[in-house]
Ligand binder design. Sequence first.
Ligand code: AMP
Ligand code: MG
Length: 409
Amino acid sequence: MSNPLLTPEAAQAIVLEHIQLLGMERVPLFEALGRVLAEEVPACRDSPPHDNSAMDGYALRHGDLAGASAVHPVLLEIVEDIPAGYVPQKNVGPGQASRIMTGALVPPGADTVIRVEDTRAEGGKVAILDPDEKGANIRRRGEELRAGQVVVGAGTRCGPGELAVLASLQRALVLVRRRPVLAILSTGDELVELDEPLAPGKIVNSNTYGLAALALANGALPLMLPIARDEEAQIHRAVQSALSADFILSSGGVSVGDYDYVKKVLDELGAQVKLWRVAMKPGKPLFFCTLQGKPYFGLPGNPVSSLVSFLQFVRPAIRKAAGHLPGEWFLPTATARLEHPIANEGDRRQYARARLRLEQGRLLAAAPQGQGSHMLSSMLGANGLLLLEPEARLGAGDEVQAQLFGELR
Ligand code: AMP
Ligand code: MG
């Protein structure tokens, strides 16, 4: 118990130091959703590729419209109908106009489009009621993008907007970072699976599910391993089977209990210990090592602790590995106002599970009473963690730093 605990920040830095970028793969566009682009994507052509109409209306020569008004309209001869998707066949000469639809190519000779609302059809002719300005309602070739210019940079996270842009560039396949595979291993003689009867002294293995869900929610692929009993040989086999993954997460078995074999097994397998124990609550008994070059997180067994530790240490690691830019590794943090008093009596920073919500543009935070690391119900509806430094005593209305990990409602 002699060496001082690491601060959460120091522990995060140690973890991230040992995280390498994962490899790349070419995937169909839709599979890039939520992933990080590993290539620069240039514009394959100007956008728009040609001058086209921004409105339904008439393409014409602005010089013809001198003095046009509702009282003294200018009458023009209609030479052609140009629907979107067709190439104009006729030149627009003096005294002429072509009916044009939004997105359709502007015909040669025309320099302006007048909106249909500013015209009146008169037999085979059109009366222009408002001259607008020369060049009005035309989207110019290349006004958005020039051919060759980088449109989507490497390191970009592909959301729906980015996917739409990539589709517009006809990228059916894109190069992205691999999704990290996370092996998830729960250890303990007390654990039973969801479909097993609960004998006295036993508890249900909830960590595997909570951690796997967090993995999925953060862009990783969980590899859920069967429960390993508190027995050396079994843990040994389980850890070896986990080595097929990119990251290994185990929960439980890293405390100082008589049956905590995980560290012993890792030691036998040649793991290089990088950190042990962090000054935080919940989540103190965190263990991190590299095992045959792979990052291995020995998460605390307590259900809430394992989830909070994931958010603080595993999430930044998988985001770094998956190619996210450094500004996106950590949970976003904001100042919130407390809806009730809260105190941290302990000597470690507390991460209180909370509901964050917006009210009239202000961020409010409420944390449920039961904050014990075994009280899973504190996670119900929680979308944030309040950072309470040791001996903090905060009143209702006071400001508190809050990390957001779920949807803000
Ligand atoms: P340990 O770190 O193994 O001493 O476990 C600490 C506490 O977390 C004990 O109360 C365990 O029963 C509980 N625990 C360990 N693993 C799990 C799990 N997979 N699901 C739910 N609770 C667990
Ligand atoms: Mg245990």
